[in-house]
Design a protein around this ligand. Structure first.
Ligand code: SF4
Ligand code: F3S
Ligand code: FES
Length: 254
């Protein structure tokens, strides 16, 4: 493939407003969208703000929307676009813009802090923990998360509904609750912490209507909906309608 000139539209602006700027930029064989953004910075827009770090799909920094779809800029090859196509790059829509392609993702860190960490069993010392390989494998899928927040950006519950942000943790952090709730050694219940109840009442599990858009955009191909959110919903519902839970609640109420 020879070099060619691509037409790019890139969002420029800050919290007060902005718009799309038109650019023609050289593209070489094997390049990704982030390469083109860097060339744009180097040749035409030296003050263009963009966040990136690894250029290998592992740091989760370069999240943006490319032709309206949430993607990592460093993992989006230019070869997926037609040469004549205009490539539009905009910041993630669900988060406030800092400048140009850089958004303020602190919403996600606030949600992360709301999920209590793993509580180790009191009767075991580190080194004595034993788990079935099946349980390890289940949690390991969720541990591939690079915290790019593309799933958070894409979920319709918050994407167009700023007002839902307070009550809804988003797929990434509901997945974290699911991971901890599935963990056979998590001793949260012994400490009086009911992770299923918290998922429903504190992290907004009920807002998720399993549209699976989060799963579709995950660059790590984590099956967020099928393997974390649906099982968490099933267990939370079981808990709610469990006759023993109902009986316990009724007796406590008396
Ligand atoms: Fe990104 Fe996937 Fe993690 Fe969501 S679950 S933050 S899309 S890596
Ligand atoms: Fe949102 Fe994913 Fe549920 S996109 S609605 S969290 S399945
Ligand atoms: Fe690290 Fe893109 S620069 S994921």
């Amino acid at each position: 493939m020879s070099s060619y000139d691509a037409h790019f539209r890139v969002w420029r602006g800050d919290a007060t407003g902005g718009g799309l700027g038109d650019f023609t930029v050289e593209v070489n064989e094997g390049e990704v969208v982030l390469d083109i953004i860097h060339r744009l910075q180097a040749t035409q827009a030296p003050d263009l703000a963009v966040r990136w770090n690894c250029k290998a799909g592992k740091c989760g920094s370069c999240s943006a929307e490319i032709n309206g779809r949430p993607r990592l800029m460093c993992m989006t090859r230019m070869s997926v676009f037609d040469r004549a196509e205009t490539v539009t790059v905009t910041p993630m829509r669900a988060f406030p813009v800092v400048r140009d392609l850089v958004t303020d993702v602190s919403f996600n860190y606030a949600k992360a802090r709301e999920v209590p960490a793993f509580i180790p069993p009191a009767d075991l010392k580190p080194g004595e923990y034993r788990m079935q390989q099946e349980d390890v494998g289940r949690a390991q899928e969720f541990r591939k998360c690079i915290e790019c927040f593309l799933c958070q950006d894409t979920c319709h519950v918050v994407r167009d509904h700023e007002e839902n942000k307070e009550a809804f943790a988003g797929p990434r952090f509901l997945m974290r609750v699911a991971e901890l709730d599935m963990h056979p050694l998590d001793a949260a219940a012994d400490e009086g912490l009911d992770r299923k109840r918290a998922a429903q009442e504190e992290h907004g599990l009920g807002y998720c209507n399993i549209t699976k858009c989060c799963t579709e955009v995950c660059p790590e191909h984590i099956r967020i909906t099928d393997n974390a959110l649906i099982p968490l919903k099933e267990r939370a519902v079981d808990r709610k309608y469990d006759p023993l839970v109902w009986l316990g609640k009724t007796i406590r109420r008396r």
